[in-house]
Design a protein around this ligand. Structure first.
Ligand SMILES: Cc1cc2nc3c(=O)[nH]c(=O)nc-3n(C[C@H](O)[C@H](O)[C@H](O)COP(=O)(O)OP(=O)(O)OC[C@H]3O[C@@H](n4cnc5c(N)ncnc54)[C@H](O)[C@@H]3O)c2cc1C
Length: 374
């Protein structure tokens, strides 16, 4: 039986950040991952995830702002460019309730934001042509994280500080017991002082006994390249999102301009997900992109499948396992978790080592759905 003070199961965005912050606190920590580090089969691969503090909920505004210095620290320590702040532009038809709600929160909290008409957007970003009647809000604290690089930077620095990574080891079961949890894996049993479980879309299987009301959905993202690349890069375009269609996109970065639909795809499971790219979705997103950047002459480059792990209330699950306080869980990131992952890793490490965190995580309790049913 292998023994470690701290074991992290699942090394995607959350687990890699937890491993890093545990190593920073001087913990003896082992990370277990069923695939290779930086694989493309979960929820954290690829070139970009939006970073924003533009939320209709003060908790997430403040969490994004708390995550920002952690990303900047990771950039400084890794020597890599991870976060590109381009600004975030969200737009909709007049009176859109979601946009109105978010703008209201920015106003109430006194956060910088600018309301722009379609003509003002075109003057600011000449390649971007929103529908004439659009209302847009530009927030400066927006941009994107290079997702794949962030995960690998956390893992590389964690290992440099002494963390062990056991790749291609699959966790098949967790024995909670009353005290030290034991993890059953394809490489034998691990006894853990404290266990941190960050399984992403595999949460329904890894945390089966908790019967959490999670839904895993199939999501797709597609890259398009403009005929001329000038005018579409970071600095020339913000990250942009259409609150009417729920389509959103990024400047030209990596293989091209990435676009995706934030609306939920069909329900699936992490091992059973259909990774065939959906031609209709690709065409709908391509049409939308060409509509707001009419002069680009886009050609399709590539696409990929990813998964959301949704909770019924879209709030995350972060905290102790209801049956054993030596087990901590972070899951259910509901399609918007990446930007917070550096902070979630820090929270998990603090809870594991110090039994406390200054971050307000009460809303993320694992037992909140059980409590609601009583
Ligand atoms: C298309 C798409 C676009 C998104 N856009 C954004 C965005 O713009 N901004 C944003 O903030 N968020 C975004 N998100 C959400 C964000 O990417 C996720 O919330 C986040 O990446 C989830 O990270 P995770 O660590 O929970 O899951 P994962 O990255 O999937 O990590 C879980 C890991 O656990 C491992 N694992 C699971 N089970 C086992 C087991 N039994 N044994 C060993 N290892 C195991 C898996 O192999 C995996 O590596 C997007 C998600 C998708 C799919």
């Amino acid at each position: 039986m292998l023994k470690a003070d701290f074991v992290v199961v699942g090394l995607g965005a959350m687990g890699s950040a937890a491993l890093y912050h545990l190593a920073r606190l001087g913990a003896d920590v082992v990370g277990i991952e069923q695939f290779r580090m930086g694989h493309g089969l979960g929820s954290s691969h690829g070139h970009s995830r939006a970073f924003r503090n533009f939320y209709g909920d003060a908790l997430y505004v403040e969490m994004a702002e708390a995550a920002l210095p952690l990303w900047q620290e990771l950039e400084a320590r890794s020597g890599e460019r991870l976060l590109t702040l381009t600004g975030l532009l969200q737009f909709a038809g007049p009176g859109n309730p979601v946009l109105t709600q978010k703008v209201g929160v920015m106003e109430a909290l006194g956060r910088p934001h600018e309301m722009l008409s379609a003509a003002e957007v075109a003057a600011r970003f000449p390649t971007l042509r929103l529908p004439e009647e659009s209302v847009a809000c530009l927030t400066p604290l927006g941009g994107f994280l290079d997702a794949g690089r962030c995960v690998l930077a956390h893992l590389r620095l964690a290992r440099a500080m002494g963390a062990a990574v056991h790749e291609e080891v699959r966790v098949d079961g967790v024995e909670l017991g009353g005290g030290f949890p034991v993890v059953e894996t394809s490489a034998g049993r691990y006894e853990c002082g404290r266990l941190i479980i960050t399984p992403g879309p595999w949460a329904p299987e890894v945390l089966e006994a908790l019967a959490l009301p999670l839904e895993v959905t199939r999501q797709q993202k597609f890259y398009f390249r403009p005929r001329e690349r000038e005018g579409y890069g970071p600095g020339e375009l913000p990250v942009y999102g259409d609150m009417e269609t729920q389509f959103y996109g990024f400047p030209d970065y990596g293989p091209g301009l990435k676009v995706a639909d934030d609306g939920l795809g069909e329900a699936t499971s992490a091992d059973g997900v259909d990774r065939t790219l959906d031609g209709e979705k690709r065409e709908a997103l391509g049409r939308w992109l060409a509509g707001i950047m009419p002069g680009a002459g886009f050609s399709y480059v590539s696409g990929a499948t990813c998964m959301y792990t949704m909770t019924p209330d879209r709030d995350f699950l972060i905290g102790p396992h209801p049956e054993n306080g030596n087990v901590l869980v972070a899951a259910g990131f509901s399609g918007h978790g990446f930007k917070f992952s550096a902070l979630v890793g820090k929270i998990l490490a603090e809870l594991a080592v110090e039994d406390r965190t200054e971050q307000p995580i009460e809303r993320f309790r694992l037992d909140r759905f059980a409590a609601a049913e009583m």
